[in-house]
Design a binder for this molecule. Structure first.
Ligand SMILES: [Mg+2]
Length: 431
């Protein structure tokens, strides 16, 4: 194997059953009970370990899960809480090292180079300390893996789950790799796994023992990179900058019951447009294309797209285009269950070509208005300020799936939907 990078300093942390665990951290009465989130879609987004023990998993239909576990607690997703907990989790990790990559809402990589010496502790203690801090401050459990590369660290964090830690140095790599089925390796998709399995490559160890030229022939560059990472050579760096370029963005929502009322369906589409435009502005991009997809009750889809008059991130430019697309697609007498809006051909705002004839003062005022609205919505919760047309959404009869997370009715003094005093109720709960 390569002799480069002998140091075992790559850490991966993964929160256990994250969304469901946040719900349990927020409401002590849910601890130890089977909890799932995703009530608003009818499909499970996350399951607590108690629910998993009943055979319940992600993407399962709710009615099927209820059949497996009659005591199941089903909650609507509360993404604001999840992102607040996520931010707190990454803040704790940054106390150990500034070299942190936020990989997803509940997973991060960190480079501990120098950290062991700095704190004069062995890696085992650092992992244990991280788990302890997260449990004490957030009421969550995490699994930690430390090894030579990102791919290996990710295998390690999966090795003892939930609430575990696994540290694998170079001399012990074969023990880890022999116990890892090839389909469980980060970066090996189902098609690649099948290809490898049909050649008798069943574990990560078999994979690393396969001839390099054969790997390149079978899986090309991405597979070869994974092969090198598994052999302990760092190929994937810890990415410290947030993603800076986007090609497209989309927002979709399924509503219950399905509706044939054009006012309701359009207000749903407009809500998606508002959300995706706010995201576009947050990431300082402009869109040149707008698309709308309407899904009928029988799950068939109708799509249409159009170019915006100019690259834009403002409601003013895109709402008339959305209206026109909607009128092309919507047919009365049909019943719809979801809408999705996407923005394509994105460019970074600073790359925008100025238009000689554009009405600059109006454009500036418009940008300022959007900024003010984004700020208010960021502070007080989504759609605190929104187009009046969204009120048409209220014409839709209430459905149990519309229920908002309970914590919105139970904010503690000084809290807002987007600002929770964490830990809220975790003090009295031994973790
Ligand atoms: Mg996780």
């Amino acid at each position: 194997m390569d002799s480069l990078y002998l140091d075992c300093t790559l850490l991966h942390v993964d929160a256990d059953g994250f969304f469901a665990s946040v719900e349990q951290a927020l409401d002590p009465a849910l601890r130890g009970r089977p909890v799932v989130t995703g009530a608003e879609r009818g499909i499970i987004a996350a399951a607590s370990y108690e629910a998993k023990a009943c055979g319940i998993g992600r993407s399962m239909q709710l009615h099927e899960a209820r059949r497996l576990c009659p005591d199941l607690v089903v909650l609507p997703s509360d993404y604001e809480s999840y992102s607040l907990y996520s931010r707190r989790l990454f803040e704790i990790l940054r106390r150990f090292t500034p070299l942190v990559e936020e990989y997803s809402i509940d997973e991060a990589f960190a480079d501990l180079s120098g950290c062991g010496e700095l704190l004069e502790r062995p890696l085992e203690e650092i992992a244990a300390r991280l788990r302890h801090l997260v449990a004490a401050e957030l009421g969550l459990t995490v699994s930690v893996g430390i090894s030579l590369t990102k791919t290996l660290a990710k295998l390690c964090s999966k090795f003892r789950k939930p609430d575990g830690q696994t540290i694998v140095r170079r001399e012990h790599l074969p023990f880890l790799l022999k116990r890892a089925p090839i389909a469980k390796v980060w970066g090996i998709g189902p098609a690649s796994a099948m290809k490898l399995q049909s050649r008798g490559i069943a574990t990560a160890y078999d994979f690393t023992r396969t001839d390099e030229a054969e790997i390149v022939r079978l899986l090309h560059k991405p597979g070869h990179e994974t092969w090198r990472e598994l052999r302990g050579r760092r190929v994937f760096p810890v990415e410290l900058c947030a993603r800076q370029r986007y090609d497209s963005m989309l927002k979709g929502h399924t509503f219950s019951p399905p509706s044939a009322d054009p006012r309701i369906v359009f207000s749903e589409a407009l809500r998606n447009l508002g959300a995706v435009l706010a995201k576009l502005r947050r990431h300082a991009h402009l869109a040149r294309e707008l698309g709308l997809s309407l899904r009928l009750k029988d799950y068939t889809c109708q799509n249409a797209s159009a170019r915006l008059p100019c690259p834009s991130c403002h409601d003013r430019d895109s709402t008339p285009v959305l209206r026109a697309l909607f009128e092309t697609l919507f047919s009365s007498g049909q019943t719809y269950r979801s809408t999705m809006v996407w923005l394509g051909e994105l460019i970074a705002e600073r790359q925008r070509q100025l238009d000689l004839f554009e009405d600059t003062p109006q454009r500036r005022a418009c940008a300022e208005l959007d900024r003010a609205v984004d700020r208010l919505n960021g502070r007080y919760g989504r759609n605190t300020i929104a187009p009046a047309t969204l009120l048409d959404g209220k014409l839709k009869p209430f459905h149990p799936r519309d229920a908002a997370p309970r914590r919105y009715d139970a904010l503690l003094p000084g809290e807002r939907a987007r600002h929770l005093a964490i830990p809220r109720l975790t003090l009295a709960n031994p973790v």
